[in-house]
Ligand binder design. Structure first.
Ligand code: FES
Ligand code: FES
Length: 405
């Protein structure tokens, strides 16, 4: 547990004991009972949770509370007397800028920023500036009209422009979190405070070592193969064979004993990612362990990933079978990064591992008949069930929040 202090809506809250992983939105809603901050996607996409951190709009669902230690937080409840907010509330009501109101607290927090920062904004510029806030029922015509109306009214009234010191749009944080400086261990820094690091880099040996100064999502998987360890170990040394055991994977060119350049296609519902990359492999015959360092880029979006996979083979059942323990660490950047903190990644990893284990078994069982092995391979993950399990966990989470257990 960490102890932090927050100044919320002008009131000091000292000694808040929270888990390091707790997001600011959860502290606001669950600890301080400020339920005007709404949670929609919880992935930084919809903007419903937008609050002001040190005067700057930020997603509270992806802002770690420890990173906001000693920050000034302003939620919708703290903006009752704010002049701009009063005008916006009137304009939203009169221009039909809301219906159910779920998106409205975040919408207003972003709109206030636009009004103060962009005194000459056109409709098009307002749309662009507000595009990080999603409304599920009203539509955006009334919202844009309301924001434009307040901008025009203020300009006509010659109201002093409030100078916003921010010069660029991007992640914000309090920047004065003592708790992080004192004990950063185990805390994943938000992007704004994380040290800038180079992507995967080549070592003297030409390896694509992952840079460990940036946080990674880590997961662990194990599976059993019904073949002795030496046979599995020998197979793992053949990178072309191992790569094609991964559903959706293919080779971009002929691998060497320690270097492979694969393509990996992953489909989750309507999202298709086509990663192309390179990986280097280190193996230790004495300990039956191996490490794969790699990086890849999705050819369809600007997403990129880098990571490492460590595996160890252990004999079980008197040496007749082998247990494979795999540890994966990876970092995703770009549009697909929103999935890296959710159960979706675990779900994909589990299915990928199960399919890999099955394919591996087929390959080992049909070493004399590769065509038969290829025919029985799982070549694509089951996108439908992946999506279903994601939706199921979302619905479960929604009802948990609704009923509090
Ligand atoms: S709930 Fe935070 S962005 Fe959607
Ligand atoms: S008013 Fe209903 S989601 Fe925006």
């Amino acid at each position: 547990m960490k102890t932090i202090s927050l100044n919320v809506n002008g009131k000091a809250h000292k000694g808040l004991a929270i888990e390091a992983r707790t997001q600011l939105a959860d502290v606001l809603r669950d600890e301080l009972n400020l339920t005007g901050t709404h949670l929609g996607c919880e992935h930084g996409v919809c903007g419903a949770c937008t609050v002001l951190i040190d005067g700057v709009p930020a997603r509270s669902c992806i802002s770690l509370a420890v990173a906001c230690d000693n920050a000034e937080i302003t939620t919708i409840e703290g903006m009752d007397d704010d002049e701009v907010m009063k005008s916006l509330r009137t304009a939203f009501t009169e221009e039909h800028g809301l219906q159910c109101g779920f998106c409205t607290p975040g919408m207003l927090a972003s709109a206030r920023d636009v009004v103060l920062r962009m005194p000459d904004a056109s409709d098009q510029e307002i749309r662009y500036a507000m595009s990080g806030n999603l409304c599920r029922c009203t539509g955006y015509v009334g919202i844009v009209k309301a924001v434009k109306r307040v901008i025009d009214e203020r300009r006509a009234a010659g109201l002093a422009q409030i100078v916003n010191p921010r010069t660029e749009v991007g992640p914000v944080g309090s920047g004065h979190a003592e708790v992080m400086a004192a004990d950063p261990a185990g805390i994943v820094l938000p992007a704004s405070t994380a040290p800038k690091a180079a992507p995967a880099r080549a070592t003297a040996a030409g390896k694509l070592k992952a840079d460990d100064s940036r946080p990674m999502t880590r997961l662990q998987q194990s599976f059993t193969v019904a073949f002795p360890r030496d046979e599995v170990w020998e197979f793992f040394g053949r990178l072309d064979q191992v790569t094609t055991c991964l559903p959706g994977a293919s080779l971009l060119n002929e691998p060497t004993a320690t270097h492979v350049e694969p393509r990996l296609r992953v489909k989750v519902g309507p999202i298709v990612a086509d990663f192309e990359g390179a990986a280097d492999v280190e193996r230790d015959d004495a300990t039956y362990t191996g490490t794969i360092y790699g990086s890849a880029r999705d050819t369809k979006s600007a997403s990129a990933t880098r990571g490492e996979v460590e595996y160890v083979l252990s004999p079980i059942n008197g040496g007749a079978e082998t247990r494979v323990d795999v540890q994966v660490g990876f970092a995703l950047t770009g549009p697909l990064a929103q999935f890296s903190r959710s159960g979706i990644v675990m779900d994909i990893a589990k299915r990928m591992t199960d399919a890999f284990a099955q394919n591996l078994h087929q390959r080992l069982s049909n070493r004399d008949n590769p065509d038969a092995a290829a025919e029985s391979q799982i070549t694509e993950l089951n996108a439908g069930s992946l999506l279903f399990s994601v939706l199921r966990s979302r619905v479960t989470g929604f009802f948990k929040r609704l009923f509090g257990h």
